[in-house]
Design a protein around this ligand. Structure first.
Ligand code: UDP
Ligand code: MG
Length: 331
């Protein structure tokens, strides 16, 4: 593998003498079983490349020993910072909290569960050094359930259409961003926090490279099906009004069909005379219409709820403590 001097390449663009070249931001939610190996492999990879780095572990309201472990790491190694959030805010919010504290010229995000192998990070950094602002990984041979892979495929295609940037894998969190993108992501007070999609709005220099993906070794995903659906809804509503358009379009089609059916029944009445058969067909049609109407109201509600959330403007995350960063390191 050709080595590229990331630090030099990035410092040229963003001259700040004290900041590390690379910040690694890792959201952590009940990951006590993985942290030790994660840190070991991260440091081995980065040290081998001679990269100046900091690792920011963001505890997203874990209920296991993750936070204590993280604090221990931060105490022993001044390149590791442990950030504690007030409660569980969700993966993307936790990453944003990490962005708030990190200082690197380039910021890499990855999951704590070792599904994203840390050994792939240099590949991303090489692409940054080539001049890309957003480098995404796409999971080659993804090790998740077939159901999730299927859903993801559809969702990635939809997202690409809506965001207007064609990416294979919006869900992969092994990604690298340059400082201007991070600052923009921090600055916006958008409620939607689907970071990979947001980032593509701020630059044209986006690239995707294949990365390995491993199975989660300790228990189930930290996401429930409900939260996955919620996340996808956030993504869709934040980037496109198209669900509303689909609903109004199908409403129009149905109105036309309903009218045609009424005309048909009227003519039949004149030709065949009164008849009672077909009442249940009408019921079926009615139920269908009622269902579509409820769906339409529901979709409208999703948007209204998000507007409400934006108006309330509650913080997306709250940092309770930061350990492992000394005063002069503070910005
Ligand atoms: N995570 C988090 N907050 C949450 C859920 C997950 O910070 O509320 C973290 C989790 O610790 C992991 C990453 O987000 O580092 C991805 O979570 P997970 O592996 O469970 O998701 P999946 O790989 O199934 O998409
Ligand atoms: Mg995972």
């Amino acid at each position: 593998m050709a080595t590229v001097d990331v630090e030099r390449a990035t410092r040229r663009a963003f001259p700040s003498p004290t900041a590390p070249a690379v910040s690694i931001v890792v959201p952590v939610f009940n990951e006590e079983a993985n942290l030790e190996e994660l840190i070991r492999r991260l440091q081995a990879t980065l040290d081998a490349r001679g990269i100046r780095y900091e690792i920011l572990l963001v505890d997203d309201g874990s209920r296991d020993a993750s936070l204590e472990l993280m604090r221990g790491f931060a105490e022993r190694d001044d390149r590791i910072v442990a950030i504690e959030l007030q409660r569980n805010f969700g993966q993307h919010a936790a990453i944003l909290a990490g962005f708030e504290v990190c200082r690197g010229h380039v910021v890499v995000t990855l999951d704590a569960d070792l599904q994203n192998p840390p050994e792939e990070i240099p590949k991303l950094l090489d692409k940054v050094a080539e001049g890309f602002d957003v480098v995404g990984g796409w999971r080659e041979a993804r090790q998740d359930s077939a159901f999730r892979r299927g859903c993801s495929k559809i969702i990635n295609r939809l997202t690409s259409r809506m965001v207007g940037v064609d990416l294979r894998d919006y869900g992969c969190m092994l990604r690298a961003y340059t400082r201007p993108i991070i600052d923009r992501l921090k600055g916006g007070d958008e409620r939607s926090t689907f970071i990979p999609a947001l980032a593509t709005l701020y630059t044209k220099r986006v690239v995707e490279i294949p990365v390995a993906h491993h199975e989660r070794t300790d228990g189930p995903s930290r996401y429930s099906l409900g939260r996955l659906i919620q996340l996808q809804f956030d993504l869709v509503t934040a980037f496109s009004p198209s669900p509303l358009k689909v609903v109004s379009f199908s409403g129009a089609v149905m109105a036309v069909l309903g009218l045609a059916f009424a005309v048909f029944l009227g003519i039949r009445r004149l030709i065949v005379g009164p008849e009672v058969e077909g009442v249940f067909t009408l019921f079926a049609i009615l139920f269908f219409f009622v269902g579509v109407q409820l769906l339409a109201i529901g979709i409208l509600g999703e948007y209204v709820a998000r507007i409400y959330g934006q108006v309330l403007n509650r913080p997306r995350f709250l940092i309770r403590s930061v350990s492992g960063r000394d005063e002069e390191g503070e910005r």
